[in-house]
Design a protein around this ligand. Structure first.
Ligand code: PEP
Ligand code: MN
Length: 369
């Protein structure tokens, strides 16, 4: 249930209402939006009547039930106002949100050595990426596959951050590693395979770092939002959702089925920022550019792209990784679509002249594919 306060309600009155509504089974939560203050009521609200609550104060504009199983993650809980996840990095604050330019996160699947991670970081930065991704702890289907270099890879990510100023996105697989990962990561990734690791979600909810929550490969949108709810309920409001493809009956030509319809569906259900990962979503480098552009057109707030200096030699996910040159070309194409939907940062824009010739070149080649 949410209680929408009238504009200019005195703070003391809000406090009074919160106190009055506080009970053993209900925790009122103050949500300060750009235009309005909302008091969210989570817990056993079944016996409360909106009409009765409305009488508590003349400053209450409206009381509404949230009839979805996810509450804090629901669009209603913020009265339709999108969440902005601000990520401070040495290069400045990167903001994920519906009213902001698209954020590109790029880098290798795994951190392999210092030279490759620093070189990749420099290349993706030059192409316009704002954050570097790279796994130190890798969730692999086979125990015999490369598992990631662990703690030493975290040091290499810290080095790449220092050299390039790019913020770091890296995965935590086990809550035991959370403090170490949080020390280096600017955004903590919870991978598809851990989307319903509820104890990890609760612990990620208790830290002061944004969390990137990837969709489980067999998760419904509601399962996914309920997982986000765990993090929000534990006190961390900074959650980004990442669509990375789901398992369907057809796995012959793509690794997963990238559910781009999830973007507008999520938009209608939640205020949280939405990222799309066409690399894991398709598993094949040749399909990544098309789906990256489609994700922008569908309204994604952010893209995650795997880039490796030598994909043929990659220790994980080489077949879906772009070369740095391929990533340069993709960013040029993404800029065109991003500008068309009014979501591209001018800071990284190509010059007008280049942009014009690129538009012409692309309309004849890759964009027409
Ligand atoms: C990854 O980002 O490298 C990864 C393992 O992703 P996912 O959890 O989506 O498979
Ligand atoms: Mn990967």
């Amino acid at each position: 249930m949410i209680v929408i306060m009238k504009t200019d309600t005195p703070n003391l009155e809000i406090q009074r209402i919160i106190q009055e509504l506080q009970s053993e089974s209900i925790t009122p939560e103050k949500i300060v939006g750009k235009h309005k203050v909302i008091i969210g009521l989570v817990g056993d609200t079944a016996t409360l009547s909106p009409e009765h609550l409305q009488q508590i104060s003349p400053f209450i504009e409206k009381v509404m039930r949230v009839d979805k199983p996810f509450k804090r993650a629901s669009l209603e809980f913020r009265h339709g106002e999108p969440t902005e996840v601000s990520v401070p990095t040495p290069n400045g604050v990167v903001v994920f949100g519906q009213n902001h330019p698209i954020v590109t996160v790029a880098g290798p699947c795994s951190v392999e050595n210092e030279e490759m991670i620093v070189e990749t970081a420099q290349r993706v930065k030059a192409a316009g990426a704002q954050l570097l991704r790279g796994g130190a702890y890798k969730p692999r289907t086979s125990p015999y596959s490369f598992q990631g270099h662990g703690e030493s890879a975290l040091d290499l990510l810290a080095k790449a951050r220092e050299v390039t100023g790019l913020g770091i996105v890296t995965e935590v697989m086990d809550s035991v590693d959370l403090p170490k990962v949080a020390e280096v990561a600017d955004i903590i990734q919870i991978g598809a395979r851990n989307m319903q690791n509820f104890s990890l979600l609760k612990q990620a909810g208790a830290i002061n770092k944004p969390v990137l929550l990837k969709r489980g490969m067999a998760a419904t949108i509601e399962d996914w939002l309920m997982s986000a709810e765990y993090i929000l309920a534990a006190g961390n409001p900074n959650v980004i959702l990442c669509e990375r493809g789901i398992r369907t009956f057809d796995r012959k030509y793509t690794r997963n089925t990238l559910d781009l319809a999830a973007v507008p569906v999520l938009r209608s259900l939640t205020h949280l920022p939405i990222m799309v990962d066409p690399s894991h979503g398709t598993g094949k480098v040749e399909y990544v550019p098309t789906m990256a552009k489609a994700a922008i057109a569908a309204g994604a707030d952010s893209l995650m792209i795997e880039v490796h200096p030598n994909p043929a030699k990659a220790l994980s996910d080489g077949p879906q990784s772009l070369t740095p040159e391929g990533f340069d070309r993709l960013m040029e194409q993404m800029e065109i679509v991003g500008q068309t939907v009014g979501r591209w940062s001018k800071k990284f824009s190509l010059s007008t002249a280049t942009s014009f010739s690129t538009t012409k070149a692309l309309s004849k080649s890759s964009l027409a594919k």
